[in-house]
Design a binder for this molecule. Structure first.
Ligand SMILES: Nc1nc2c(ncn2[C@@H]2O[C@H](COP(=O)(O)OP(=O)(O)OP(=O)(O)O)[C@@H](O)[C@H]2O)c(=O)[nH]1
Ligand SMILES: [Mg+2]
Ligand SMILES: [Zn+2]
Length: 311
């Protein structure tokens, strides 16, 4: 009989993984050499089977990785159900292109994206401007401030309804860890000052960590929530996370119009509202112009890719 234990990877650093079983026991594990030879690396969020060490006191071995519902490169995680795309109205200044890339990757991977605007206190006016853009996407939008507590209760109520694996992702310094501390005070995650980050060029959160919601809150649930290190636009320069054909479907608010254009092969990149139903929707204000600008930019990236380079 096998003594293997099933669990979920909570974190992984330098080849050492923490795996939590159903009872809440956490095991230090290493990956089997065979994974490396096959070019597979275990990811936070993976459901795994681990084998006890031959010598007591040594690490366990990750022997099997369960089939993944999805796997992302940024943040490096598997089996995500909900992705909180987090940004601040300023300090640091957001890039809608970066946000739209992240949102579209989530949609493509059947992950529910949720828009979270942090640091509302820093500029309520800009925060509302971005909220207006993203409300038109159909994605859920939250506005909050960890500083004065605005919007925290609403977000908390939503987070408490979730199951499965969710993560907060976004640029460094937008306040992901601070927000998680506000939502789950027992976490006491490290947070950093922006000026220190810039001068040291360093991120405060250094690796992805998954926290079982039942351990950080008063609710019994099988949900897990992750804090992730901030990443930068550079991570998305080589954009090949989906193909040109997938692109329009990764912008959910475009969907009702995609079959309404004059020509069936419309790329929705032209200005003419007469020919393109997406352009007409932008003119009416049903689709945000900024979202279409991101669409055009991703379109330009993807159109350059030769068919044999496509995934
Ligand atoms: N004014 C204001 N400042 C905030 C708010 N949330 C976070 N901050 C500040 O923003 C800075 C960065 O916060 P962190 O929580 O470390 O940011 P992070 O997104 O986790 O950054 P990385 O871990 O590097 O990815 C800290 O100085 C926080 O105090 C907020 O709602 N309002
Ligand atoms: Mg952080
Ligand atoms: Zn069109």
């Amino acid at each position: 009989m096998s003594n293997n234990i099933s669990g979920i990877i909570l974190s992984g650093l330098g080849g050492l993984y923490s795996v939590r079983d159903e009872k809440g026991e956490v095991y230090a594990c290493r990956a089997k050499g065979a994974f490396r030879r096959q070019g597979i690396s275990p990811l936070v969020g993976d459901r795994v089977s681990i084998r006890p060490p031959e010598v007591a006191g040594k690490e366990y071995f990750i022997e099997e990785i369960g089939e993944r519902a999805n796997a992302l490169i940024r943040p490096p995680m598997a089996n995500l159900k909900t992705l909180f795309v987090t940004f601040a109205p300023k300090d640091p200044e957001p890039s809608t292109l970066y946000l739209d890339k992240l949102l579209s990757i989530a949609v493509y991977n059947h992950i529910t994206p949720v828009v979270v605007i942090t640091k509302q206190d820093v500029s309520p006016r800009l925060a509302e401007k971005y909220a207006a853009i993203y409300r038109k996407t159909g994605h859920r939008v939250f506005l909050c401030s960890s500083e004065d507590g605005a919007g925290i209760d609403e977000l908390k109520a939503y987070v408490r309804t979730l199951d499965g694996i969710c993560a907060f992702a976004g640029a460094s310094g937008v306040g992901k860890s601070t927000l998680l501390n506000a939502l789950f005070p027992s976490l006491s995650l490290d947070t950093g000052r922006l000026s220190e980050k810039i001068s040291r060029g360093r991120h405060t959160t250094r690796s992805v960590t998954l926290y079982p919601m039942c351990e950080i809150s008063d609710i019994a649930t099988d949900a897990y929530i992750a804090d992730t290190p901030g990443f930068s636009m550079l991570d998305f320069i080589e954009f090949d996370f989906y193909t040109l054909e997938d692109l329009p479907h990764c912008f959910p608010e475009f969907e009702p119009y995609l079959t309404e254009c004059r020509y069936t092969d419309c790329s929705h990149t032209k200005e003419s509202a007469r020919d393109c139903a997406v352009a007409a929707a932008i003119e009416r204000g049903d689709i945000a112009k900024e979202r279409h600008e991101s669409y055009l930019s991703i379109y330009a990236d993807l159109v350059q890719k030769k068919p044999w380079q496509k995934k």
